[in-house]
Design a protein around this ligand. Structure first.
Ligand SMILES: [Zn+2]
Length: 208
C-alpha cells in the first residue's frame, strides 16, 4: 500500500505533495507552490508573487506553504500582506492553501473568512484548544512526526474528525508508513480505512 504524504520537501520521491522551493521549476509530480514567510524578499515581492501565479497555473495542487510566523524577522504587516496576496491567488485559481503558522493562529483564523478554498494547517502540534478553534472555523489539520511520541498531540488527533486531517513527513527524516500505522492505532481503524479516508479528504479539498 502506498501512503499519501500531504506535505514534504523531498524532490522526485514519494507519493504526496512536494513543496517546491522558492524560484524552483516544478516537476511533474504533485506539488504546492508558495512563499514561506522566511523566504519573503521585501525588495522582490511582486516577482515572487508572479512566480507563484506561474507555477500554480502549470500543474500545482495547492498554494503554500505560506502563512504567518512570529519567529521570522520579516515585519508582521509584510507577512500578512504577502499571505493575503496568496489567498487571493488561491481564490482565483480555486486551489487549497497549505499554511505554515507559528504563534499566529488567531491572525490566520481572521484570514479564513476571506478564503474561498480549503485551508490546511500543516505540521500541527499544538494544544486541544487551538485545534478546537481551528476546526470550528473549518480548517483541516495536517499532523507529522510529533504524533509518534507526543501523547497530548495523539489525543488531539484522536479528537479530530476523520474527515478533517492529513498526515505528512515535512522535512523530517522518517517513513510515512510509521505515522500511518500509529494513527490507525490511535483512531482504531485499519490501515486500509485510514488510507481511504485520507484520499477522500484530498478529493474534498481539491473540489473546494
Ligand atoms: Zn514544510
Amino acid at each position: 500500500m502506498e501512503f499519501f504524504d500531504f506535505h514534504h520537501h523531498k524532490k522526485n520521491t514519494g507519493y504526496g505533495i512536494y513543496n517546491v522551493n522558492i524560484g524552483e521549476v516544478p516537476s511533474d509530480s504533485l506539488y504546492s507552490t508558495g512563499i514561506h514567510p522566511k523566504d519573503i524578499d521585501v525588495n522582490n515581492i511582486e516577482e515572487q508573487l508572479s512566480w507563484v501565479r506561474n507555477t500554480i497555473s502549470q500543474n500545482g495542487f495547492a498554494i503554500g506553504e505560506c502563512g504567518l510566523d512570529s519567529l521570522v524577522a520579516i515585519h508582521q504587516k509584510i507577512q500578512e500582506d504577502v499571505f493575503w496576496e496568496q489567498i487571493k491567488i488561491a481564490n482565483e485559481v480555486k486551489k487549497p492553501v497549505i499554511i505554515h503558522c507559528v504563534r499566529k493562529f488567531y491572525e490566520v483564523i481572521s484570514f479564513k473568512k476571506k478564503a474561498e478554498q480549503a485551508m490546511i494547517i500543516h505540521g500541527f502540534n499544538k494544544k486541544q484548544k487551538i485545534a478546537d478553534d481551528l476546526l470550528a472555523h473549518n480548517f483541516y489539520l495536517s499532523f507529522g512526526k510529533a504524533v509518534l511520541y507526543n501523547l497530548s498531540l495523539q489525543n488531539v488527533l484522536k479528537n479530530t474528525p476523520s474527515d478533517k486531517f492529513f498526515l505528512e513527513t515535512d522535512n523530517e527524516d522518517f517513513g510515512i508508513e510509521e505515522l500511518y500505522l500509529k494513527v490507525s492505532q490511535i483512531k482504531g481503524i485499519s490501515l486500509e480505512q485510514l488510507n481511504e479516508q485520507i484520499l477522500e479528504n484530498l478529493h474534498t479539498i481539491k473540489n473546494g
